[in-house]
Design a protein around this ligand. Structure first.
Ligand code: MN
Ligand code: MN
Length: 464
């Protein structure tokens, strides 16, 4: 190692990158997560960028008999909620691919199918929470409505209310402290229940009506006027209730970002940028953006869906090398970074962490060899040989990284999509950004970690 390289190793993660480039990347990220809060919005936002970059839709290619060259970008979406992006490599795809796999769904509240009701001259929406939330965190916050309403005539209406500063916002009320003696004596998990999470949306009665529920009638009249929908259309809607407002710089030194749904868009965005910016990979690069991770990776758009394998098969067909055996070989020769978040060490709650195996802000992306709970139950336990390969990859590219576990042994646990990809015989490890307040309405990340993670993903994609 040269003297210069040795000196470079002394630099902190904040010093080793150009601060202007780091800030510019994080500003782009902040804008992205402010404008794309749901899986559908992420797929639409990313597809727009892909089209601008000349990417081809795999379904069109398959239909037209088109071809692909090394360097080409091609993508396929699943039900507008999951996305698979490929950058064709120099080598035949059958030699394996480099996968970055992140998820674009986040914990939230979904409107129920019959959401709207009136009670004591107030109109409210019933919700059903999605993913693991601490329910008490979701009351008395400004909330926004994002989603789609699919009508019987085939029209799909986009809804986004609460983000424009001129928009109204919504919220879930909480009991005033003066009358909360009983509530305050309850366990935190029971103080606010799932059925308490009703979103207040109106209090003004429809004028000149004999309807008994005039406030509800007024809300329906407004929805009919603005979106051309009727009450029954909620049955075929997917409306997500999320924190209102943009992501912000956090801290006097602006070293952090506070934003909704950084689990896992803080890994999804650097993964996406990495595949856009590494334009001539040796191995075919893949950026996988999946849905339903927060509820077990289930359903047609979740990681367990055959969509992902089917799409690789379609790609191989376009490349002229599809056979069932070739598909299996390609998958099993593929290396994966499951780009998902880790828990950052919180000085307010040090007791749940074991300090030698915890993740810290400003120390770079985090490897989790295994997740799961109890005796590593439900975990993908990455191979030592693969981790050694990754250490060499990161060290050669001067990437700072750390390793951690999700808390102390037997303290709790969690999982990612890693084990599902590992089921295909791939080398897989979790590798992503450390997050404070994970799954809270507003999550915190370190800008230096975000940028370093992006550099790490690029290094991985081009490693020989
Ligand atoms: Mn996650
Ligand atoms: Mn999560």
């Amino acid at each position: 190692m040269s003297k210069q390289n040795e000196a470079a190793k002394e630099l902190t993660i904040w010093e080793k990158s150009d601060p202007q480039i780091l800030e510019a990347f994080c500003a782009d990220y902040r804008t992205f997560i402010s404008e794309n809060k749901t899986e559908r919005e992420c797929v639409a936002g990313m597809t727009k960028v892909l089209k601008e970059q000349g990417a081809k839709d795999l379904n069109d290619l398959a239909a037209d008999g088109g071809t692909l060259q090394p360097g080409d970008l091609v993508y396929a979406d699943m039900m507008k909620k999951a996305l698979l992006i490929f950058r064709i490599g120099e080598k035949p795809v059958t030699e394996g691919m480099r996968f970055l796999g992140a998820h674009i769904d986040s914990p939230r509240m979904d409107l129920k199918q019959n959401p709207l009701y009136e009670n004591t001259d107030l109109a409210l929406f019933e919700t059903h929470y999605y993913g693991g939330i601490k329910k008490y965190q979701w009351v008395t916050l400004p909330l926004a409505l994002h989603g789609v309403i699919a009508k019987k005539n085939g029209e799909v209406v986009n809804v986004c209310i609460g983000e424009d500063p001129a928009d109204p916002v919504f919220g879930v009320s909480d009991l005033l402290i003066h009358l909360a003696a009983k509530q305050m004596g309850k366990k935190v998990s029971e103080a606010v229940t799932g059925e308490n999470l009703n979103v207040l949306v109106g209090s003004r009665p429809l004028p000149d009506t004999k309807e008994k529920e005039a406030v509800k009638a007024n809300i329906l009249a407004l929805l009919a006027e603005k979106y051309g929908i009727e009450e029954a259309d909620f049955v075929s809607a997917e409306i997500e209730v999320v924190p209102a407002g943009p992501a912000r710089d956090y801290g006097l030194d602006r070293s952090m970002i506070m934003g909704y749904g950084q689990d896992d868009r803080v890994c999804a965005y650097p993964s996406f940028r990495a595949i856009l910016d590494e334009t001539a990979p040796l191995y075919t690069s893949v950026c996988l953006l999946t849905d339903k991770e927060e509820i077990g990776s289930v359903g047609a758009t979740g990681m367990q869906s055959r969509f992902y394998e089917n799409t690789v098969a379609e790609l191989m067909n376009v490349l002229g090398c599809y056979s069932e055996l070739n598909l299996r070989r390609t998958l099993s020769r593929t290396k994966v970074l499951s780009s998902d978040v880790s828990a950052a060490f919180d000085p307010n709650y040090p007791d749940v962490m074991e300090k030698n195996n915890a993740a810290y802000f400003g120390r770079g992306p985090v490897f989790n060899k295994y997740t799961g709970s109890r005796g590593k139950s439900g975990s993908n336990d990455a191979n030592a040989e693969y981790i050694a390969w990754l250490r060499a990859c990161m060290d050669d590219a001067d990437i700072r990284y750390q390793t951690s576990e999700l808390g102390k042994v037997d303290e709790g646990g969690g999982g990612t999509i890693a084990y599902i990809l590992a089921n295909l015989g791939m080398e897989v490890i979790d590798f992503g950004v450390a997050v404070l307040n994970m799954h809270a309405p507003w999550e915190i990340t370190s800008k230096a970690d975000i940028y370093e993670t992006y550099l790490a993903y690029r290094a991985f994609l081009i490693r020989q």
